[in-house]
Ligand binder design. Structure first.
Ligand code: ADP
Ligand code: 5GP
Length: 204
C-alpha cells in the first residue's frame, strides 16, 4: 500500500484556496504541494516550477498523449494537468500530497485514479463576495473575471460530491478547519504504519 494520502482541494477561482493552502502548509509538516502543468500565462510574481510548470500547447499535448498525467482538464480556456510520476513518488515517500485542481480533475481522481484521497471543496460565502475578491486580487482582465464568475456557478453544483465543504468567510476559521480535516484524516486507525492499533502493543 502507498503510505501517503492525497488531499484533493477545489474551489471557484478567487475563493481564497491559494491563500488558505499557503497558511496550512506553513503550519503542518509532511505535506507536499502538487505543482501542475499549465498552458496559462504566468501572473506577475508566479515562478516556473513553483506555482506551476508553465508549458506551451505542444508540450502539454505531448505529455497528455503519452499518458503522463494522472488527470488533466481544460479550465477557464487553459489546460491544466497533474503529473502522475511526481505524485506517486511523493506518496511512496510517505508524504501527503495536496492537489489544487478543478471539479473535473477531482471527478477523475475520484473515479479512476485508484489512489486513496480526501476531497475538500472550498466555497466563497456568496457570489458577490467572490466577484469582490477576484477584482481585489487585480490579476485578471475583465474577460477573465467574467469567465471565472460564469464557471463558478457551474462549479458550485459539484460541492455536493465532496466529503468536506469549507466556507471561506473568516480566513482564520477556514485555515483552522482545513488543518483540522487533514489532521483527522491522518489519525484514522487504518493509517497507522502497521494498519492495526493492537500491533502497537504486540510489537513492544
Ligand atoms: P484562489 O486561489 O481561490 O483563486 P486567492 O487565494 O488568490 O484565491 O484569493 C483571492 C483573493 O481573495 C486574494 O486577494 C485574497 O487575499 C483574498 N481572500 C482570501 N481569503 C479571503 C477571506 N476569507 N476574506 C477576504 N479576502 C480573502
Ligand atoms: P488558476 O489559473 O486560477 O491558478 O487556476 C484555475 C483553476 O485550475 C483552479 O480551479 C485550479 O484548481 C485548477 N487547476 C490547477 N491545476 C490543475 C490541474 O493540474 N488539474 C486540474 N484539473 N485543474 C487544475
Amino acid at each position: 500500500m502507498i503510505p501517503g494520502r492525497l488531499f484533493v482541494i477545489s474551489a471557484p477561482s478567487g475563493t481564497g484556496k491559494t491563500t488558505i493552502l499557503k497558511r496550512v502548509m506553513g503550519r503542518l509538516a509532511g505535506l507536499a504541494f502538487s505543482v501542475s502543468h499549465t498552458t496559462r500565462i504566468p501572473r506577475a510574481g508566479e515562478r516556473d516550477g513553483v506555482e506551476y510548470h508553465f508549458v506551451n500547447q505542444a508540450e502539454f499535448g505531448m505529455m497528455r498523449d503519452n499518458g503522463l498525467f494522472l488527470e488533466w482538464a481544460e479550465v477557464h480556456d487553459n489546460y491544466y494537468g497533474t503529473s502522475r510520476r511526481t505524485i506517486v513518488e511523493q506518496l511512496e515517500r510517505g508524504r501527503d500530497v495536496i492537489l489544487d485542481i478543478d471539479v473535473q480533475g477531482a471527478a477523475i481522481i475520484r473515479k479512476s485514479s485508484g489512489l486513496a484521497a480526501s476531497h475538500i471543496f472550498i466555497s466563497p460565502p456568496s457570489l458577490a463576495e467572490l466577484e469582490k475578491r477576484l477584482r481585489g486580487r487585480e490579476t485578471e482582465t475583465e474577460e477573465s473575471i467574467q469567465i471565472r464568475l460564469k464557471n463558478a456557478r457551474f462549479e458550485m453544483q459539484s460541492a455536493k460530491d465532496y466529503e468536506y465543504v469549507i466556507i471561506n468567510d473568516a480566513l482564520d476559521e477556514a485555515v483552522r478547519l482545513l488543518a483540522a480535516i487533514i489532521l483527522a484524516e491522518r489519525a484514522k486507525a487504518h493509517r497507522l504504519p502497521s494498519g492495526r492499533p493492537i500491533e502497537l502493543f504486540e510489537n513492544s
